[in-house]
Design a protein around this ligand. Sequence first.
Ligand code: NDP
Ligand SMILES: CC(C)CCC[C@@H](C)[C@H]1CC=C2C3=C(CC[C@@]21C)[C@@]1(C)CC[C@H](O)C[C@@H]1CC3
Length: 509
Amino acid sequence: MTPREASQAPLEFGGPLGVTAMLLLLPATMFHLLLAARSGPARLLGPPAYLPGLEELWSPRVLLLLFIWLGLQVALYLLPARKVAEGLELKDKNRLRYPINGAWGFPIPVPESELHGLGWVPSLAGGALMTRSPVGISCCYSVPGHVCVQCVLSVEDLLCCGSGFQALVLTAMLVGLGVSVGLPLEALPGMLLPLAFATTLTSFIFSLLLYAKALTAPVSALAPGGNSGNHIYDFFLGRELNPRLGSFDFKYFCELRPGLIGWVVINLALLMREAELRGSPSLAMWLVNGFQLLYVGDALWYEVRLDWAREANGILRMSSGLSLCVWVLSLQESVLTTMDIIHDGFGFMLAFGDLAWVPFTYSLQAQFLLYHPQPLGMPMALLICLIKAIGYYIFRGANSQKNTFRKNPSDPSVAGLETIPTATGRQLLVSGWWGMVRHPNYLGDLIMALAWSLPCGVSHLLPYFYLLYFTALLVHREARDEQQCLRKYGRAWQEYCQRVPYRILPYVY
Ligand SMILES: NC(=O)C1=CN([C@@H]2O[C@H](COP(=O)(O)OP(=O)(O)OC[C@H]3O[C@@H](n4cnc5c(N)ncnc54)[C@H](OP(=O)(O)O)[C@@H]3O)[C@@H](O)[C@H]2O)C=CC1
Ligand SMILES: CC(C)CCC[C@@H](C)[C@H]1CC=C2C3=C(CC[C@@]21C)[C@@]1(C)CC[C@H](O)C[C@@H]1CC3
């Protein structure tokens, strides 16, 4: 993309004016929610009961705690779990050995048109063959004129590569160990205000550094949307697509690690504090903790395959000498395919969103319950569990169906589904979950969001903030995704929209 083309990309979020408002409103909303949750009236709308002074917000000890937390998550991200894959026999009868772990270079999606140009077949083939076997996934790359590499990634390889789920489990073990030797985790709820302040400040400085780094980045590394030439707009949206230091990918790390795992730890601390105050955690608190742990665990569990994709990509780079990504196009999975990773730059919106917004606002229900205990009977709890189960079933079913299909369209679980061919060579699912509405995964996610709020009763609007915000976020996100798909798939996308007319909620929207 040339800078000229990039600067012509349509401005989103209301342009420079809109993002300036968001720059101020997002942190303000987060602090409003934190203050409202602990205040008596717990009003979502209206001014906060009081405004904290700087001495309540600023604490060097809390800043240190934040850095220890970030340092721990970086260490878990970099955790070496090195495996060695053997290359095929070379002309001199030697075999190259390739160390593989979760820290290989991050894949850069390459337009399929470029793959055609290089003689790659845009299917699972393209000189690359993948088979599944009981021992794991066998990959064989054969690029004309280049070295052949073959390796078998065992199930252990897939699970042992510094994955997000591994980070969650190790963090849980470390926190458990800490608590057993007297770490006062129940003191964390009392530190949420200064912690949120330190995190906001850190996100801001971090985004400034990212912006400065992006000013020297090559044009090819810039995000399609964050390269408008307007400093505030580009700072907010993120100028560089996937800023990295060596193989350390900042965006990928931030989206999946410190914030998501931090959210679970904050929830746990609120549960422990409630137990300290009232003798035992309430049923409502257990439900909120359990549901949100499942959500984070799911995100990190399904991230595992990303490491596999990264490994495959690393091997491919070495074997062909080309920075190509045919593998990732066929193996892409889960979070790797999200708009945030492939389209949005990494700027203040995502840095603040990942590091501050997620842990401090997504834990709002548990914060509310600590200060406003709610009675919850068993029949209602069971009904809420049923709603959560239905939401999760749809969310996971839809996401897995698409990911399986993108990875291997002839997989028996998706081979019978009806599809629409597109000019790019890829197909669109038009039956199964993706034939019901155009974003079934959003529907499941929203049903789960409802189940997270219901344990807080219906006396206050505050615990429903997440549901309201998330509905707005997904409606906006859906519109952005539709535009991108229309650009990508043209007529095929129009046909899909005709055949599947509803976006998120059947017969309603
Ligand atoms: N809790 C939170 O704060 C948030 C949660 N989420 C969740 O994250 C998950 C990922 O969401 P998101 O990244 O927005 O997008 P999706 O996972 O919905 O992916 C959209 C992409 O899927 C592909 N696709 C769309 N329709 C079809 C079809 N019929 N057949 C095959 N492929 C199709 C297209 O990409 P292509 O064709 O290129 O593969 C499209 O761009 C969702 O479950 C969402 O609910 C998202 C945002 C925030
Ligand atoms: C603060 C702003 C208004 C918006 C910030 C948005 C971010 C908080 C979200 C953008 C996309 C996200 C995704 C997830 C968490 C929230 C953010 C970072 C998930 C990791 C949540 C778990 C799902 O299974 C996958 C999601 C991918 C997108």
